[in-house]
Design a protein around this ligand. Structure first.
Ligand SMILES: [Zn+2]
Length: 141
């Protein structure tokens, strides 16, 4: 199976990938309206604001499960043929993120909405992808 290609940082995402390489989940915040946001972009996404006075900061890496699908088609992303949990999580700081859930069986019984998650990082090529694991399952970090 061909490994999935590593993400290629762009000027907008370079700081994000520099963060994951140091096991930090960095997102941006508007200094004018003070809202955190994701995906990376050089201006505030709040249409009432649109300020370009924005900054990066390190999140706590904690999130809640908002939604998910279980993909039974083999993907090479994690070099496994096991079903994958593709999820939308909401960071403690507010923004939502599309990610994968690891460390839990890919079954709805194991995926209650609102479950607490903690970020972890998985190598892909020379980048580190943020993924999330259950916070309270004693999974090795
Ligand atoms: Zn703003």
């Amino acid at each position: 199976m061909t490994p999935a290609p590593a993400p290629i940082p762009t000027p907008e995402t370079r700081e994000f990938w520099a963060g994951t390489a140091q096991r930090e989940l960095r997102i941006q915040r508007c200094r004018t309206c003070e809202r955190p946001y994701f995906h990376p972009r050089p201006f505030c996404p709040n249409p009432d604001c649109s300020s370009d006075d924005v900054e990066w900061f390190v999140t706590a890496g904690r999130a809640n499960l908002v939604s998910y699908v279980i993909n039974y088609r083999p993907l090479s992303v994690f070099d496994t043929n096991e079903p994958q949990i593709i999820a939308i999580v909401q960071l403690e700081e507010g923004p939502r993120m599309l990610t994968n859930i690891l460390g839990v069986a890919p079954h709805p019984d194991q995926l209650p909405l609102g479950m607490k998650l903690k970020v972890d990082y998985v190598a892909r090529g020379d980048q580190w992808l943020p993924v999330f694991r259950p916070l309270q399952q004693g999974v090795a970090q």
